[in-house]
Design a protein around this ligand. Structure first.
Ligand code: FAD
Length: 160
C-alpha cells in the first residue's frame, strides 16, 4: 500500500529542491547626470543590503549609462531587480541577460564598481562599434564579456 501523502515525513535535506543561482544583467540610462554623490549612495546602499540577501555583482556607469550584473538565488535576484526597476534615478531599463548559473563570476563583490579610468576607449572599442559604453547596442553576451574582462584584469574595485 502506498503511503498517505498527507502523513509523509518532510523530505531529508538531500532531497529538498536546491536553491537555484541566477545571473541577471541589465542596462539603463540615468535620469540625471550621475555625480559621485549619487554613485556613492547607490554603492553604499548595495554594499549594506546585498550581503544579507546573498547578492553579488558589479555596476558600471559611464556617459549616463548604467550596466549592472546581479548574481544570487533566483528569488533574491528577482526581488532586488523589481526594486531597482522602480528606482527613479534611472529609466529605459533593459534586461540584457538572465540565466541560471553553476557558479558566480563576481563572488568577490557585494557590489563592485568599475572606475571610469578602467573603462578606457581601447577596451570599449574591443566590444562595440564606438568607444562608448553602449550595452543597448550589443548582445547581452557581449556586455557580459566586457564585465568578465574587467574582473579578469582587476578593474573592479570594492572587493569583499
Ligand atoms: P528603503 O526605503 O531604503 O527601505 C525600505 C525597506 O526595505 C527597509 O526596511 C529596508 O531595510 C528594506 N530594504 C532596502 N533595500 C533592500 C534590499 N536590497 N533587499 C531587501 N530589503 C531591502 N540597491 C540594492 O540594495 N542593491 C543593488 O545592487 C542596487 N543597485 C542599484 C543600481 C542602480 C543603477 C540604481 C539606480 C539603484 C540600485 N539600488 C540597489 C538601489 C535600489 O534601486 C533601491 O533604491 C534600494 O533597494 C532601496 O529601495 P527602497 O527605497 O524601496 O528602500
Amino acid at each position: 500500500m502506498s503511503p498517505d501523502p498527507i502523513k509523509s515525513p518532510t523530505p531529508p535535506e538531500s532531497r529538498r529542491k536546491p536553491t537555484m543561482l541566477v545571473r541577471l544583467v541589465y542596462a539603463s540610462r540615468a535620469a540625471e547626470p550621475v555625480g559621485a554623490e549619487v554613485m556613492n549612495a547607490i554603492l553604499r546602499h548595495s554594499r549594506q543590503h546585498n550581503p544579507a540577501h546573498g547578492i553579488t555583482g558589479v555596476l558600471c556607469c559611464s556617459g549616463g549609462v548604467f550596466l549592472q550584473a546581479l548574481e544570487g538565488s533566483r528569488a533574491a535576484v528577482n526581488r532586488l531587480y523589481a526594486r531597482i526597476v522602480a528606482d527613479a534615478r534611472h529609466r529605459e531599463i533593459e534586461l540584457l541577460a538572465y540565466e541560471s548559473i553553476v557558479e558566480r563570476r563576481f563572488a568577490g563583490w557585494a557590489m563592485g564598481q568599475v572606475p571610469l579610468s578602467r573603462l578606457n576607449p581601447a577596451l570599449l572599442l574591443k566590444y562595440s562599434a564606438s568607444a562608448a559604453l553602449d550595452p543597448f547596442g550589443v548582445p547581452g553576451a557581449v556586455s557580459l564579456a566586457l564585465l568578465d574582462e574587467l574582473a579578469a584584469t582587476a578593474s573592479i574595485v570594492g572587493q569583499l
